[in-house]
Design a protein around this ligand. Structure first.
Ligand SMILES: Nc1ncnc2c1ncn2[C@@H]1O[C@H](COP(=O)(O)OP(=O)(O)OP(=O)(O)O)[C@@H](O)[C@H]1O
Ligand SMILES: [Mg+2]
Length: 246
């Protein structure tokens, strides 16, 4: 079985304060699929994504990456396979410089220093952040932080990319560069976002979440014309499809 496969079965989760966030979620993403996860604030998108690389563990049900169930014991292995970009880049960046931050993951994987240097250079270039290499991550702008966080994940050459709101706060050129970059990543991608135009541009499939449940799962072209579904889930059609139909 491909290690690029992502599967959740009967996944439920409540936060320690008792807030229910996922209720019986099942989904299966296969190699090369590019999946958008959409839904209103609080729908459960980030919570679902946090389960895909073991940052959260299921209260009930299970998550598998290929053959491997995501558990406390497999977390380290899962982290090498699933590259995770946090919704808030401040949760991700912690080293004194951008370069050291991007090198942290690959060094931790035990890669030789020269290979790490090559990977870091390529990853920073891919996100247009070469000029930020010597800067302190916490002193960057929001969009710069996001680019650098993505570089750190790319430097680990993951088999699966999981991104939480990757285009939030990006200027139009940076957003276009991000879309081109993600398009060039041909393995499995799972992207939680409010940017439905990005989903339309990039994703072959979209899951609509509401109150911790998957309400719909289909092609963006089919889902984004279902105005009753979108309205029920607190969403609006993407601008580009609204333009096409108007
Ligand atoms: N640390 C936490 N402790 C308690 N409840 C939480 C915590 N994080 C999220 N929740 C709750 O879990 C539910 C799902 O939140 P989640 O962050 O997964 O939503 P989301 O779809 O990612 O929303 P957004 O679009 O705002 O990022 C919400 O009811 C939220 O209030
Ligand atoms: Mg979220």
């Amino acid at each position: 079985m491909s290690h690029h496969l992502v599967e959740a079965r009967g996944l439920s989760f409540a936060y320690p304060d008792g807030t229910p966030a996922l209720r019986d979620v099942s989904c299966r993403f296969t190699h090369g699929e590019s999946v958008g996860i959409v839904g209103a604030n609080g729908a459960g998108k980030s919570t679902l994504l946090l389960h895909l690389n073991g940052l959260l563990l299921p209260a009930s049900g299970e998550v598998r990456i290929g053959e491997l169930p995501v558990t406390a014991g497999t977390r380290a292995q899962i982290h090498r396979t699933v590259g995770y970009v946090f919704q808030d880049a401040d949760d991700q960046l912690f080293m004194p410089t951008v370069e050291e931050d991007a090198a942290f993951g690959p060094l931790n994987m035990g890669l030789p220093a020269e290979e790490v240097r090559v990977r870091v250079r390529a990853a920073l270039e891919a996100v247009g952040a070469t000029h930020l290499a010597g800067r302190a991550p916490y002193r960057l702008s929001g969009g710069e932080k996001r680019a650098v966080a993505i570089a750190g994940v790319l430097a680990m050459s993951p088999s699966i990319l999981v991104l939480d709101e990757p285009s939030a706060g990006l200027d139009p050129a940076a957003r276009r560069r991000l879309i081109a970059l993600l398009r060039s990543f041909t393995h499995t991608k799972v992207i939680a976002t409010h940017d439905l135009d990005l989903v339309l541009d990039l994703c072959t499939r979209v899951l609509v979440m509401r109150d911790g449940q998957v309400q719909a799962d289909g092609s963006p072209a089919a889902i984004f014309v279902d105005t009753e579904l979108l309205c029920r889930c607190g969403l609006e059609p993407p601008l580009s499809s609204a333009k096409a139909s108007g």
